[in-house]
Design a binder for this molecule. Structure first.
Ligand code: APR
Length: 268
């Protein structure tokens, strides 16, 4: 079998499709693993527009808790390895399902965020989008700087109390309550991001599938689209996934161990 080193050395267009497993070693829980978020919380009560309309304070407390966790996390070696890949291939794109922005903190520039960015804001009533900077002005307790500066105790005490007392982000445009800038179940993905991701996947020589369970659409179709156009698929995941049978190479190990190894192969 051709070694992966030769495949990568000849590759012109390389993509990475990443999921929560990429950030697991930064201390951010995945969704479906043994200690996954969806094992502890019910996504339909927290990550849907219906749930938000039903109880915006509950949904915002949960997202602020996640944002506090993320604000106090750092990129891990896998994030930095992906950033390094941007310079090693003529055409490269990191397609991520993650909303934590750690790939940005690792210096990544060539990425699309299929499921949005958790520090952005999105008014689902009038459609207004708030960048992380704009949103932190509208809702200071949701800003990264503030969340980095407080303990979980303050978060669950003073901050949650403020939210309970009605401190919420009201849209500058329409006055309704703004939600987090992520894609909830039942919502469509950002057009531009999905188009860019699908088009890039169709032209890939190699697609690395890193830390995703491959069960959520449309992201899970991206590897199959690449494969149909003769891309070499590489899975990096300690667990088997529905995508595993389609992969030409499989690294049954963590992203922060496999990705730096691949970079090392390329540099030889
Ligand atoms: N390195 C690589 N992979 C890992 C690691 C690690 N250190 N730790 C866990 N994994 C793998 C798990 O084996 C699992 O296959 O990461 C995957 C995480 O799967 P999910 O928790 O389902 O996360 P993801 O695939 O990103 O979910 C997709 O579902 O809930 C929605 O919007 C949410 O973007 C998310 C989408």
């Amino acid at each position: 079998m051709v070694e992966i080193q030769e495949v990568l050395k000849e590759a012109e267009q390389v993509g990475v499709l990443s999921g929560a497993g990429l950030s697991a070693e930064s201390g951010i829980p995945t969704f479906r693993g043994k200690d996954g978020l969806w094992n502890r919380f019910n996504p339909t009560e927290l990550a849907t527009f219906e749930a938000f309309q039903e109880d915006p304070k509950l949904v915002w407390k949960w997202y602020i808790w996640r944002m506090h966790l993320i604000a106090n996390s750092k990129p891990n070696p896998a994030h930095y390895a992906i950033t390094e890949m941007e310079k090693l291939f003529p055409r490269f794109l990191h397609i991520t399902q993650n909303v934590d922005g750690l790939h940005r903190e690792a210096g990544g520039k060539k990425f699309v965020e299929l499921h949005g960015h958790i520090f952005d804001g999105k008014c689902r009533f009038c459609g207004k989008h708030y960048t992380a900077e704009e949103f932190s002005e509208l809702f200071p307790i949701a800003s990264k700087t503030f969340l980095k500066s407080i303990t979980e105790e303050t978060l669950k005490g003073e901050v949650f109390r403020k939210i309970d007392e009605g401190e919420l982000p009201f849209c500058r445009n329409c006055g309704e309550i703004v939600g987090p800038g992520v894609v909830w179940f039942g919502e469509s993905l950002p057009e531009e991001a999905i188009e860019k991701a699908f088009n890039f996947a169709e032209g890939c020589d190699v697609l690395l599938v890193v830390g995703t369970s491959g069960v959520v659409q449309p992201a899970a179709s991206i590897p199959l689209i690449a494969k149909r156009k003769n891309a070499v698929l590489v899975e990096i995941n300690p667990q088997e996934t529905p995508l595993s049978p389609y992969c030409d190479f499989v690294f049954r190990e963590s992203a922060s161990s496999a990705l730096p190894k691949l970079i090392g192969l390329l540099k030889r």
